[in-house]
Design a binder for this molecule. Structure first.
Ligand code: NDP
Ligand code: NDP
Length: 311
């Protein structure tokens, strides 16, 4: 399919695998890129030498375009930027920060830049900062989330109206049918996270993948809004946060409860009770762990079939 997104990235299908901490290392990114979609290495949880290692391995395992997702809150961000430029990574998705800071520098180095937003206002700011495309991510999404809780169904048409650059829809998408829905709403492509966590290539712990497969409707919820809103799979840690929020704990107390490295404990080490388990609402629709290439093929075939049937 030739459209603005597949042309921009030089890929076969306008499907992007989201950069996700502790899930998307080089194995997942290269498997997705080899399948004709766009794979992203999630740099947020990687020390600078780890990111370098993953980029080198990704280049060795795919000759297709791939990218890096860089949360701009990252403490050693200038080291990551330096590695990305040195290693000639062709595409960078930035998130969680101001797109004005790094877009120019990346673009001067010939890198395609995409920024993740959760509102029309931030979409316009990103366009003004000179990014090539934006990801508009709705409330259904896992992990870090928009404060305003705008759903994908409302966000995509609003962002489509607000900007001229290509729009990639994210949040609540795991099937071809859902992909068709957001294309109808005005998106040029989709970014998919949760579905790609349930693949053998994702570096997350098997227990976490199995918990996603077993998740039902209502099993995820947005929490920690006083610090940074994040959608979590309910578990003992989530219950503790909820109790703390109900008794009115302040930001400092919530930060103490969160501690350090909760996300790694849950998603990478597989501690399903005490760890932070970041995943989207769409986990309720994910029924099995299967290879990333099969996920891409299934979404694309489903999308084409529904499109041809005018569904
Ligand atoms: P490799 O197969 O080369 O290595 C995997 C590494 O991860 C091994 O050192 C292994 O430790 C360690 N590991 C595996 N499972 C766990 C776990 N449950 N808890 C803690 N450590 C674990 O994989 P890659 O080439 O994919 O990874 C290279 C490097 O990148 C490693 O340092 C890895 O930890 C890191 N990484 C970071 C990610 C992130 O999002 N920050 C994502 C993926 C990998 P052992 O020697 O004990 O088997
Ligand atoms: P914490 O402060 O609780 O822990 C930091 C974690 O990041 C540790 O597990 C640490 O690994 C790892 N890490 C990697 N590089 C560094 C570094 N340079 N300095 C310190 N720690 C580092 O943070 P979180 O786990 O909650 O979040 C980590 C990062 O991921 C943040 O940058 C955050 O913005 C980003 N993030 C992005 C999301 C997204 O949607 N893209 C979602 C959630 C978080 P180790 O334990 O091995 O020391």
């Amino acid at each position: 399919m030739n459209n603005r997104i597949s042309t921009l990235f030089n890929i076969n299908y306008p499907i992007i695998q989201a950069g996700m901490i502790w899930a998307s290392g080089w194995k997942l990114a290269s498997a997705v890129s080899n399948a004709g979609a766009l794979g992203l290495i999630g740099a947020g949880s990687m020390y600078p030498d780890v990111l370098r290692e993953h980029i080198i391995k990704c280049k060795a395992t795919t000759d297709k375009p791939f990218g890096v997702n860089l949360p701009l809150l990252y403490p050693d961000i200038d080291k990551h930027i330096q590695t990305i430029i040195e290693q000639k990574v062709p595409i960078v998705f930035t998130s969680a920060g101001n797109p004005k800071t790094w877009t120019n520098i990346l673009k001067q180095n010939g890198i395609i830049v995409v920024h993740v937003v959760s509102s029309s206002l931030f979409a316009q700011k990103a366009e003004a900062a000179g990014v090539d495309a934006i990801v508009a991510e709705g409330f259904e999404a896992g992990g870090h989330n928009g404060r305003e809780e705008t759903t994908t169904l409302v966000l995509i048409p609003a962002v489509r109206e607000a900007v001229k650059i290509p729009v990639i829809a994210a949040g609540g998408i795991a099937t071809g049918r859902q992909m068709l829905a957001v294309i109808v709403l005005g998106a040029d492509g989709v970014q998919i996270g949760s579905r790609f966590v349930c693949t053998p290539e994702a570096s997350s712990h098997l227990s976490f993948k199995e918990a996603i497969v077993n998740a039902k409707e209502g099993d995820t919820m947005l929490s920690l809004k006083k610090i940074v809103p994040v959608r979590l799979l309910k578990n003992h840690f989530f219950d503790e946060v909820k109790q703390a929020e109900l008794r009115g704990d302040d930001e400092e107390q919530l930060k103490n409860l969160l501690g350090r490295g909760r996300a790694k404990k849950g998603m990478f080490e597989g501690d399903l009770n005490e760890g932070e388990l970041e995943i989207g609402q769409v986990s309720a629709l994910i029924k099995e762990i299967k290879p990333a290439a099969e996920v891409v093929k299934e979404i694309w075939n489903d999308f084409k079939m529904c499109k041809c049937a005018n569904l």
